[in-house]
Design a binder for this molecule. Sequence first.
Ligand SMILES: [Zn+2]
Length: 200
Amino acid sequence: MTETPVVVKPAARIHATAEVSPKAVIGAGSSIWHYVQIREGAVLGENCIVGKDVYIDFDVKVGNNVKIQNGAYLYHGLTVEDGVFIGPRAVFTNDVYPRAINLDGSLKGNSDWEVGPIVIRYGASIGCGAIIIPNVTVGRFALVAAGAVVNRSVPDHGLVAGVPARLIGYVCKCGRRMTQQGDSYYCKTCDWTFQPEVKP
Ligand SMILES: [Zn+2]
C-alpha cells in the first residue's frame, strides 16, 4: 500500500476586528485584515489578501490568489475570477437605476431595485480609486487605470483610463504596456505578441 502524502493547508487568518459572516466561505491561506466586513453568502477563494476596511457584500464571489487593497467596496452582483488585483478604494457598483424612493415617494425595499452584474476576469487589475459601473465585464489581464470610471466592458489585455474610461492601448500579462506593431501589440520584456479583437 502506498502512502498518499497529506497536504495540510494553513487556515485563513482573520483579524480580530474583522466581521466575517458565519454564512460566508473563506478559503484556506487567505488573510482578512483590520475592520473588514464580509457578508453572508460571500465566497472568497484560497490565498487571497483582503486589506483594511474592505467591504464584501452578500453573495459576492471572489476566486483564488486575489489581492484586494485597503478600502475597496465590492457590492452584490460582483464576480471576481482568480488572480485579480483590486487597488485601494476601488468601488464596484450594482444599482442600474439608483433611486432611494419609488414613484409614490415610498422608500425602496430590497426587491425594488435592479442589480447589474459585474465580472472581473482572470488576472485583471483595477487601479486605485477606479469605479466600475453595473453591466460591465473587465477582460482577462486587462488594466483599469487609477481613477477611471468604467461604464462599458473592457477587452482582454485592454488598458482603459479616464472618465468615462476609454481604451487607450493593451497591456501584457506582466502588466507592462505593449507597443503597437501594425495590427498587433508586442511586449519586449516577455517577447510576446498579442492580437487584439478591438482597436483602441
Ligand atoms: Zn510582458
